[in-house]
Design a protein around this ligand. Structure first.
Ligand SMILES: Nc1ncnc2c1ncn2[C@@H]1O[C@H](COP(=O)(O)OP(=O)(O)OP(=O)(O)O)[C@@H](O)[C@H]1O
Length: 593
């Protein structure tokens, strides 16, 4: 329950919705109670007037009496109708305040969680799967909304109704009130138990449903592999097993559901019988009128729904508390990649690695060890090495996605840690190894958030990335949509688009992480020559395991198991007969073959 305290700040912000909602609840309940009393008056009036009516049988006065009597009953009827209408209007207002408040809170909470996710370091996203992140921002937030919305609304309604109805019932007849209320706690407890069971079972269904949809999504994403390996039958068998499980769980819920409503109706029926039985005796003793009994029956029926909702409300609150707990777990994670000094300055691009070492926190793998390197302004550096030698890790450190565990990185002589992270990253152009494009137009993928980027700049970046001809071939040109509802680019095209996105931002430091692996050497040469021109006065770091990508760089660094094994220009390294030359000859031979 403590977890729900987090929501108080939102409740405080929307306190007027809550206060007005409570006032409307009180008014709407008053318009529910008054008709019950009108029914009593009407019924008692009928009883009393009938005796007088029969007394005047045969006389002219009888029909006059009938007219007055009918008019009074009609008046009561109209009054009851007006009350029902007013009650309806205020119920509408209750929903318009409390439910609207819950939607506002849901919106704000979702925004806050999303914003917080964005501040978290990449290591966080490695240790938590996307499904979990999505569940907390969607399902968990929805559960919390059920608490600040319907659960709170029914809770307030129950309290208000109980105070109004019960205090009135006690003044009429305390004994009958006690009998009437007897089955209600039983009703509430049984609803709570059944609700908890139902909720547990619905959660199981929900879980199975997401397993089923994940399976279907994966199966159809990989449909080409399934078809080429003739695995349709196997895939269907797996689907059937998952669907069978879903059906079994749904039937289990249906069983409880079927049992639930008859029990409720039974308990309400018992309450009504008690009113009639005990109330009848009280009439015979002269303590009550038949109008009172009808009124009590109306009260019992007014109370049953809120009492039924009590069980539901409590289980909703519990559910919201556990959801909010899960949300808080993530909200409490703090971003460690912060800066004390928050330096903001235009970069020159002088990079110094000083005894840098890095161990991945989750795997304990030492990816970089005692790494020293000086990159001057406008220099292009190629980092070469076999798989797993730590090349991408260097790119991550340079983007400050992680901080070194040993040593430090300086940019323009200032520790990287002292820069304002966003301002620093804004001046970087990073092309990651695993290219990611959004389901949007080509132009928007290049523009990527910089809404005011002129079209000429986009076209120039695309041209420098040697992709212009391909885009011109698409019927919609730069407006061609990518992704699920659009076209699929080839691996090389994706890499080039990703390069265009980085260079369009006019970066001071460009980092290309093995992003030319899917293009042929000819295209690679064109792009690298273009980059040399664009990056003339800026620093570029080209990571690759292909010698052809490294050849044109001012300096080449060869990495092995996180350490520098060789460095120098292409000519210098070729003269050394070391790892670089060996790699060069091997790759040259492979190309010739
Ligand atoms: N997020 C991570 N968590 C834990 N260990 C990691 C992580 N990323 C990389 N590693 C490990 O760190 C080492 C260096 O990986 P890195 O990705 O830097 O190599 P690389 O030289 O870029 O390889 P490749 O050319 O295959 O991309 C590897 O042993 C890898 O298993």
């Amino acid at each position: 329950m403590k977890a729900l305290k987090y929501l108080n700040k939102y409740l405080l912000k929307y306190k007027w919705y809550l206060i007005l909602g409570t006032i409307f609840t009180i008014i709407s309940n008053l318009f529910g109670i008054i008709p019950a009393q009108l029914v009593r008056y009407a019924l008692d009036l009928v009883g009393e007037t009938l005796d007088v009516y029969y007394l005047f049988a045969g006389s002219a006065l009888q029909s006059e009496l009938y007219d007055t009597f009918a008019f009074t009953i009609l008046l009561y009827g109209l009054l009851i109708l007006a009350m029902a209408l007013l009650k309806g209007i205020f119920l509408f207002l209750v929903r318009q305040t409390i439910i609207v408040m819950s939607r506002h809170i849901e919106y704000e909470l979702k925004n806050d969680v999303y914003n917080h996710y964005q501040t978290l370091p990449t290591s966080f996203f490695r240790t938590h799967n996307t499904g979990d992140l999505m569940a907390r921002i969607s399902e968990d937030v929805s559960n919390v909304r059920m608490y600040v919305g319907p659960a709170m609304m029914y809770g307030i309604n129950l309290i208000v109704l109980f105070i109004l109805v019960i205090s009135y019932m006690v003044t009429v007849n305390a004994k009958l009130t006690l009998y009437v209320l007897l089955p209600l706690p039983l009703l509430s407890v049984s609803i709570y138990i059944v609700n908890s069971i139902m909720m547990k079972r619905s959660q199981e269904i929900q879980k199975q449903l997401s397993a089923l949809s994940t399976y279907v999504q994966e199966a159809f994403s990989g449909i080409r592999v399934i078809k080429s390996f003739v695995q349709e039958k196997h895939s269907f068998t797996n689907f059937k097993t998952e669907a069978e499980d879903f059906k079994h769980k749904s039937l289990r819920l249906a069983k409880v559901d079927a049992f639930f409503y008859p029990v409720i109706v039974l308990l309400i029926g018992i309450s009504n019988i008690l009113v009639i039985f005990v109330g009848g005796k009280e009439i015979m003793n002269g303590n009550l009128t038949p109008g009172n009994i009808t009124e009590f029956i109306l009260y019992v029926n007014m109370l049953t729904w809120p009492v039924m909702a009590l069980g539901w409300t409590t289980s909703q609150i519990q559910r919201a508390a556990s959801s909010q707990n899960r949300i808080n777990e993530f909200l409490e994670v703090k971003n460690t990649l912060v800066s004390d000094k928050n330096i903001e300055k235009p970069l020159d691009g002088i990079i110094t690695f000083k005894n840098v070492g890095f161990i991945y926190p989750d795997s304990g793998i030492q990816a970089i060890e005692n790494f020293n390197l000086e990159i001057s302004h406008g220099e292009s550096i190629a980092i070469l090495g076999t798989t797993g030698s730590g090349k991408s890790t260097l790119a991550h450190l340079l983007c400050r996605l992680y901080d070194p565990t040993e040593g430090e990185i300086l940019v323009d002589g200032i520790p990287l840690k002292d820069y304002n992270v966003n301002e620093y990253r804004r001046q970087l152009g990073y092309v990651p190894q695993d290219v990611f494009l959004f389901s949007d137009s080509i132009a928007n993928n290049v523009r990527f958030g910089s809404v005011d980027m002129p079209q000429e700049r986009i076209e120039l970046a695309v041209k420098d990335a040697d992709l212009l001809r391909n885009i011109q071939d698409f019927p919609d040109g730069f407006d061609t949509r990518l992704g699920e509802r659009g076209i699929t680019l080839s691996g090389g095209q994706k890499q080039r688009l990703s390069i265009a996105r980085a260079i369009a931002r006019d970066p001071k430091i460009l980092i290309l992480d093995d992003c030319l692996s899917a293009v042929d050497t000819n295209t690679e040469n064109i792009i690298l020559t273009n980059l040399k021109r664009i990056m003339d006065e800026r620093t570029s770091v080209i990571i690759s395991h292909r010698v052809s990508s490294a050849k044109l760089a001012d300096k080449i660094v060869v990495l092995d198991e996180g350490r520098i094994v060789e460095q120098g220009t292409h000519t210098e390294l070729m003269g050394k007969n070391g790892a670089y030359k060996e790699l060069y000859e091997k790759q040259l031979m492979a190309e010739e073959v």
